[in-house]
Design a protein around this ligand. Structure first.
Ligand SMILES: CC(C)(COP(=O)([O-])OP(=O)([O-])OC[C@H]1O[C@@H](n2cnc3c(N)ncnc32)[C@H](O)[C@@H]1OP(=O)([O-])[O-])[C@@H](O)C(=O)NCCC(=O)NCCSC(=O)C[C@@](C)(O)CC(=O)[O-]
Ligand SMILES: NC(=O)C1=CN([C@@H]2O[C@H](COP(=O)(O)OP(=O)(O)OC[C@H]3O[C@@H](n4cnc5c(N)ncnc54)[C@H](OP(=O)(O)O)[C@@H]3O)[C@@H](O)[C@H]2O)C=CC1
Length: 402
């Protein structure tokens, strides 16, 4: 069917809006849906329809497609980082609508280059899924938890039978009355791993149900915890736990930020540590989520997981007159295969960093991306702290952000 025929079929009630791809190719279906939506709402969707990839490429990623939301993309770098996985000094694309953000992260990167560069390491790699089971009471809960602890190898064999890449690293039981939660943690290599972990955990749950009194209620019991602020992710980590640090000589701090190591350290303590504690925040940082969100958009990550990407602590101390600063992100959930990383624009973003697809060995591309994003987020922390310490935040946003 062509666009006109599809539109008529929907208007006559012969087709539902989400059924168009069954009768036309994806671009034609998208155009027909866009016209129907424009007629219904009066919205002009011309720009929404001006996307530069085949709609078929996005079929695994979107339903009821009407076009694409185009977000401006900038670039920061080179990011000077000595990582365990990253090669060279890559650029990092950032997609955002917040004026001054790219300039700010770029300033931090320039300061790092003027120093000896930053260092970054992935400390832990564990994507989690935590199903909840019903039991009769605490006796059965205890029995189930003990069985799980004694049979971790068997659960790993079952879970890993569903994937060629994932490895079950840990299963931790948590009991609340007649509820048993099992927090499965996987090394998902270069995949962010939520589909992989969910499929593997479903298989393991069948074994738990057949060998214990527990009955599965929900494959995700929120102790995972995905896409919600949660202390467990801040403490135990989820996805990749990554740390980056840098020493900026006094003259670099003064030259790039117009302030001193002492002033940045004081701003960090009073704002990021004391202020966050008073606010009851899980994030003891200034704006790590800014860099994480912009990098996630540019490289095809699941943007809702920026929630976990904000679980980060910034430190800043004066050492021998120079500034030592670090950023540790507890739960950075990302991949270089699967999900949105397959989309054409996002693949180009991964190419800029040099980490598209599976790494050799598997997991190293996602490790490298995690090291680069965390280092860039530290650069953003330093730049914003510098702007606050020198009282330049408002003027910067007046100049670049309005
Ligand atoms: C805006 C700047 C960078 C100016 O800072 P400046 O020192 O006047 O800039 P400059 O012209 O002297 O250049 C210094 C470096 O900045 C970069 N730079 C400079 N301009 C550009 C540009 N146009 N495009 C790309 N890069 C730029 C560039 O790297 C350059 O070095 P070079 O490479 O030339 O050697 C500075 O004032 C700044 O960083 N301010 C802070 C702004 C900021 O961090 N905003 C973050 C968002 S705030 C928010 O969303 C969260 C918040 C604040 O609510 C969280 C909280 O509660 O704290
Ligand atoms: N299901 C859920 O509950 C949730 C799903 N999501 C969505 O899940 C998607 C991400 O899930 P994810 O599992 O990462 O992606 P995919 O479902 O796209 O699966 C990725 C697959 O790629 C294969 N693969 C090939 N090379 C590699 C490699 N080097 N390293 C790792 N895997 C490799 C693996 O197959 P194999 O396993 O066969 O080896 C892996 O399972 C996103 O779209 C996200 O939005 C988000 C949150 C929750």
């Amino acid at each position: 069917m062509d666009t006109d025929e599809l539109v008529t079929a929907v208007e006559d009630g012969d087709l539902r809006l989400h059924e168009l791809e069954q009768h036309a190719d994806a671009d034609v279906a998208t155009a027909a849906r866009r016209r129907l939506l424009a007629d219904e709402t009066g919205a002009d969707l011309e720009t929404t329809g001006a996307y530069a990839f085949d709609a078929a490429a996005a079929e695994p990623n979107i339903e009821n497609m009407v076009g694409a939301a185009q977000v401006p993309m900038g670039v920061v770098g080179p990011v000077a980082v000595d990582g365990a996985a990253v090669a060279g000094e890559p650029y990092l694309p950032l997609a955002t609508t917040e004026g001054a953000l790219v300039a700010s992260v770029n300033r931090g990167c320039a300061a790092m280059r003027a120093a000896a560069g930053a260092t970054a390491r992935v400390l832990k790699n564990a994507m989690t899924r935590a199903p909840v089971f019903r039991v009769e009471g605490v006796a059965e809960a205890s029995e189930t938890a003990a069985w799980v602890r004694d049979n971790a190898d068997r659960l790993a064999a079952t879970a890993e039978s569903t994937t060629g890449h994932g490895e079950l690293r840990d299963v931790t039981p948590y009991v609340v009355g007649d509820n048993v939660f099992l927090r499965f943690a996987y090394d998902t290599k270069d995949a962010m791993g939520m589909n992989m972990a969910t499929i593997a955990t479903e298989a393991a749950c069948e074994t738990v149900e057949s060998e214990t009194p527990a009955n599965l209620v929900a494959l995700s019991g929120n102790l995972c915890s995905d896409k919600k602020p949660a202390a467990i992710n801040s403490v135990e980590g989820r996805g990749r736990t990554v740390a980056a640090d840098v020493v900026l000589p006094r003259e670099v701090v003064e030259g790039y930020f117009g302030t001193t190591p002492e002033a940045i350290s004081e701003a960090n303590t009073r704002k990021n540590l004391v202020g966050s504690a008073k606010a009851g925040s899980l994030g003891f940082n200034a704006h790590a989520a800014n860099t994480v969100a912009a990098a996630f958009l540019a490289t095809g990550q699941d943007i809702a997981q920026v929630v976990e990407g904000s679980n980060a602590i910034t430190t800043a101390d004066v050492r021998d007159g120079h500034l030592y600063a670090s950023l540790t992100i507890a739960s950075l959930e990302l991949g270089t295969v699967g999900g949105g990383t397959k989309l054409p624009t996002q693949r180009e973003g991964l190419d800029v960093v040099g980490v598209r697809g599976g790494g050799n060995p598997p997991g190293t591309n996602a490790d490298a991306l995690a090291e680069v994003i965390t280092t860039a987020a530290l650069a953003g922390e330093l730049s914003l702290l510098g702007a606050l310490a020198s009282n330049h935040l408002a003027s910067a946003h007046e100049e670049l952000g309005r």
